[in-house]
Design a protein around this ligand. Structure first.
Ligand code: NAD
Ligand code: ADE
Length: 492
């Protein structure tokens, strides 16, 4: 593991000026070449660099990111830096880091392995849970004991750590509550260790915290819950519900990266197989379409009558998972819910079934329950691919230990779609920073004109030419010829 300091899981160097934790800095030249290719496919981020690189609207902002440390994220990080921000980064998943991307970001465009000049990154592929929270803690520590001004969150773990850490400084008994997962238990362990050593750590970390922009559906649910319970400390921008995020990344991104993950992990023939997709939201729609496109017979399991009807009208069979466990070959969870595939389901599956999740957290498949089945045996096929052998001799392939398969077993979504997501992230960070002394805690989305602007930035690359409203048409529709063309409430 490459680290400039003597940091360990026990000790943290105070006020690090340029610390980082990545797997191997010698991977940086490879990472840099792939980042340059990613840039060619990320016109939105490159346009924002061109537009705002000189005026530096993020000058002075300390930004911590907790978001998959991929090649595409590297382009986001370097865009934030080009706009003036001081950035530190950790991943939001133990399996999703691309080590060459992390190394290249640390080394920077003009640095070398001996003299890194980039951005402090704290991430590697296949972290333990304790390392995960340790690395996030480090990403939240700026020099002089300062915390971030802004957070880019994906799933809400950075927000959770900041909120829970601060609450525990006020009432430490909340760290004694029973935990519901290994992830949460590891966070509590970390917070207890910090509290014993640094009783005011989170007061300092949140002293100049002005906002968070959240990337994904699950993280957005966490934010709205905090807003409702009046515990949210800062203004938040829900990036997920920008149309150019959820209707592109969640749908078209997963349409490409789900199968990439399953194929790299198993190489299985999809055609002719029966696949069950749990959840027919944006992610489920993209996942189901890709499986069907490759010739699978796809069955959808849904709880929501509207999404179930949509699935049916798109030509899918719609059945509860319980009716499908014994006959399907491939199972994909895409719900953001818990316990969708239970240990009992797993035990009933046919020999050789492939099970994976593309939702944000790993609790859609009850892996903890699977481990408790008496006589069950895990055989690692390769990293992030395990064959679980039941006492009766049947086996099942579990991908990425139930964590999101497209980032655990492949490289996540392609650059182009991430360019749209991350352009929204940059605009959200700019808005939070510009409003930092005025905005109140609460969750909002970016206005529709910015959503349209993000789309616009991606049209040329695909050779799209827009039709134009003439003045009479614009007047007839009650619109400005420049847009926005739909109201904020319009559902795409
Ligand atoms: P969504 O809310 O649009 O869709 C989820 C669907 O699941 C809903 O239709 C809901 O009714 C259904 N559902 C909930 N519980 C269910 C259950 N027990 N059984 C069957 N159906 C159930 O959310 P989304 O945007 O599609 O996101 C789904 C998950 O994927 C979230 O965790 C999100 O954060 C994550 N996500 C992952 C990626 C990725 O790259 N892996 C990308 C985007 C989003
Ligand atoms: N989420 C899905 N795909 C991703 C990627 N390539 N980079 C960062 N986050 C992602």
């Amino acid at each position: 593991m490459h680290s400039p300091s003597t940091n360990s899981l026990e000790g943290i160097s105070p006020n690090p000026s340029f610390d980082f934790r990545v797997k191997d800095l010698s991977l940086a030249p490879w990472g840099r070449k792939e980042i340059e290719i990613a840039e060619l496919e990320m016109p939105g981020l490159m346009a924002l660099r061109a537009r705002y690189g000189a005026s530096k609207p993020l000058a002075g902002a300390r930004i911590t990111g907790s978001l998959h440390m991929t090649l595409q994220t590297a382009v986001l990080i370097e865009t934030l830096v080009e706009l003036g921000a001081d950035v530190r980064w950790a991943s939001c998943n133990i399996f999703s880091t691309q080590d060459h991307a992390a190394a290249a970001v640390v080394v920077g465009r003009n640095g070398s392995a001996d003299s890194p000049r980039g951005v402090p990154v704290f991430a590697w592929k296949a972290e333990t849970l304790d390392e995960y929270w340790e690395l996030l803690d480090l990403a939240l520590r700026f020099p002089e004991n300062k915390g971030p001004n802004l957070v880019v969150d994906d799933g809400g773990d950075a927000c959770l750590m900041l909120h829970l850490g601060l609450q525990a400084e006020r009432d430490s008994t909340i760290l004694d509550r029973p935990t519901t997962s290994d992830d949460e238990a590891a966070l509590i362990r970390k917070l207890k260790a910090i509290r014993a050593r640094e009783p005011h750590r989170w007061e300092q970390a949140t002293a100049e915290w002005y906002g968070v922009s959240e990337e994904t559906t699950t993280g957005v649910h966490r934010l709205y819950r905090m807003e409702k319970e009046r515990t949210l400390l800062v203004p938040a921008i829900n990036v997920n519900d920008s149309v150019t995020k959820s209707k592109f990344d969640n749908l078209y991104g997963c349409r490409e990266s789900l199968l990439d993950g399953i194929k790299r992990a198993t190489g299985v023939m999809i055609a002719g197989k029966k696949a069950v997709v749990c959840g027919f939201g944006d992610v489920g729609k993209g996942s189901a379409e890709s499986l069907r496109g490759m010739g699978a017979r796809v069955v959808i399991s849904e709880i929501d009558p509207i999404c179930a009807l949509q699935a049916s009208m798109a030509g899918y069979e719609v059945r509860p998972i319980d009716e499908q466990v014994q006959t399907a070959d491939i199972f994909v969870t895409a719900t953001g819910c818990i316990n969708v595939i239970t240990a009992e389901h797993l035990a009933q599956m046919k020999d050789g079934a492939i099970v994976c999740n593309i939702g944000h957290f790993d609790h859609e498949i009850d892996v903890a329950g699977l481990k408790r089945i008496p006589g069950i045996r895990k055989v690692e096929v390769k990293p992030q691919v395990d064959r679980w052998v039941f006492p009766d001799g049947k086996s099942m392939l579990l991908l990425a230990e139930g964590r999101l398969v497209n980032l655990g077993c492949a490289q996540g979504h392609p650059s182009f779609v991430m360019s749209a997501s991350f352009s929204n992230q940059v605009l959200a960070q700019m808005a939070l920073w510009a409003d930092r002394f005025n905005a109140q805690p609460g969750v909002r989305v970016l206005p529709r004109n910015l959503d349209e602007e993000v789309a616009r930035l991606h049209l040329d690359k695909l050779g799209v030419k827009l039709a134009k409203l003439d003045e009479r048409q614009a007047e007839y529709l009650g619109l400005s010829p420049e847009g926005p063309f739909k109201t904020d409430s319009y559902r795409y």
